[in-house]
Design a protein around this ligand. Structure first.
Ligand code: GDD
Ligand code: MN
Length: 377
């Protein structure tokens, strides 16, 4: 094991001119910030062989164009333009794995993270004192004054949950500012979730305490231009990550969301049934069919907004998608009833048979929706 832990050391003449440190900057609509950040890095990283990789999810504001322009003027700058994908964590993972530098840092494009800490972080890694250095807002000397009350509360709550439930021991597992030995990260990468934004928490939780971590304080500043990309949906991402890690990745975040949406479908179904039966006095079979139809539609809409928000269908694709979803769910219903029936035949316990059928249905719907409704373009 020790052998794997040691960073690959090449002879000095082999590594001359190669970067030692790669700074990964995920970007979405940050065109006004990327050059300023580059200038700051240039100032602070004098004497260090470094490069910067901006990982841009095809920003509508053309951030990638600005970065390309920068890259044409300076060989230390690279841009990965991802098409048809969204997500902070996935962008960071791809960026880190795209570099050959032995050390990788992740930071926001908007100058909220204190780049002057980078040399100190690097020397902690190079000396072997740490394999992961976290820029922390919640230890002495650090702060997050720029947070409004609401955001501060949410961040404190999530931090507490992460510490208790996932037994993560660092003070600021939600930090988006850290530096890691790339070989260690590379080992963990296949188990990390590309969805969501909690890349550091995921890394630390996945390592199960087997990564030597040091925290250094910094002041979380205010965003330069533009606005935060983290909306209230990140709470769902966080919940999903906690549940996935608790079940040892047996269930993915996306599957959990899909199943939760399926759960809401039950209430929609019953609600529709109630209205059509009591208010409109329709025959039961018609009401039942209406309930199923409305529930499928609301499940589709919710999945399109939540579960697959990184691949959201828009415009005409919605129509095609919803039709495909009806077909998938109808077949899923047969699978559901079929499995329930055969379980009941073996063992006539109604709730066991019912649950097995429902589980079969949701697994089927999930697998087929990924193939036919929200398939990767
Ligand atoms: N490629 C890509 N794709 N980049 C993204 C995406 C995405 O879907 N979403 C956000 N980004 C980029 C932003 O452009 C920015 O450079 C960085 O990721 C962080 O996003 P912000 O919108 O600036 O997040 P924040 O400042 O509100 O949140 C910060 O604090 C959190 C802790 O409270 C970030 O540092 C988070 O990582 C951190 O968890
Ligand atoms: Mn930010």
């Amino acid at each position: 094991m020790n052998e794997v832990l040691r960073p690959a050391t090449d002879s000095p003449q082999d590594t001359a001119g190669l970067p030692v440190l790669c700074v990964i900057v995920p970007t979405f609509n940050e065109r006004d910030n990327v050059i300023k950040l580059f200038e700051k890095l240039q100032g602070t990283l004098e004497g260090i062989a470094w490069e910067v990789i901006y990982v841009d999810d095809n920003s509508p504001d053309g951030t990638w164009e600005v970065v390309r322009g920068l890259a044409r003027r300076d060989g230390r700058v690279r841009c990965i333009r991802r098409i048809g994908r969204r997500g902070l964590s996935g962008a960071c993972i791809e960026g880190i794995l795209a570099s050959c530098a032995p050390y990788a840092a992740v930071m926001d494009a908007d100058l909220q993270h204190d780049e002057t800490q980078l040399p100190k972080m690097l020397s902690l890694l190079q000396s072997g004192a740490a394999e992961l250095v976290v820029g922390s807002r919640y230890i002495a000397g650090g702060s997050a004054d720029s947070f409004n009350k609401q955001r501060a509360g949410a961040s404190a709550f999530a931090t507490e949950v992460a510490k208790r439930v996932l037994r993560v021991e660092i003070a600021d597992p939600m930090s988006g500012f850290f530096m890691v030995r790339r070989d260690r990260f590379e080992q963990l990468a296949p188990q990390l979730s590309t969805q969501g934004f909690k890349i550091l928490l995921d890394t630390v939780a996945t390592a199960h305490g087997n990564i030597k971590t040091v925290e250094i304080p910094y002041r979380f500043g205010s965003r330069l231009h533009g606005e935060s990309k983290l909306d209230s949906m990140v709470a769902l991402d966080f919940l999903g990550l906690v549940l996935a890690k608790l079940t040892n990745d047996a269930v993915s975040l996306r599957f959990l969301m899909f199943a939760m949406v399926g759960g809401t479908g039950l209430f929609v179904h019953l609600g529709t049934l109630f209205i059509t039966l009591k208010l409109f006095d329709l025959p039961f079979t018609v009401a039942q069919a209406a309930g199923a139809f409305v529930a499928m539609t609301s499940n589709f809409v919710l999945n399109n907004f939540l579960t697959y928000r990184d691949q959201r269908l828009k415009g005409f694709a919605i129509l095609r998608g919803v039709l495909a979803f009806y077909i998938v769910c109808s077949v899923g219903l047969f699978a559901n009833v079929g499995v329930a029936f055969s379980v009941y035949n073996q063992e006539p316990i109604w709730w066991l048979a019912g649950a097995a059928g429902a589980l079969m249905g949701v697994v089927w719907n999930y697998a087929m929706s990924g193939l036919f409704v929200w398939r990767k373009r």
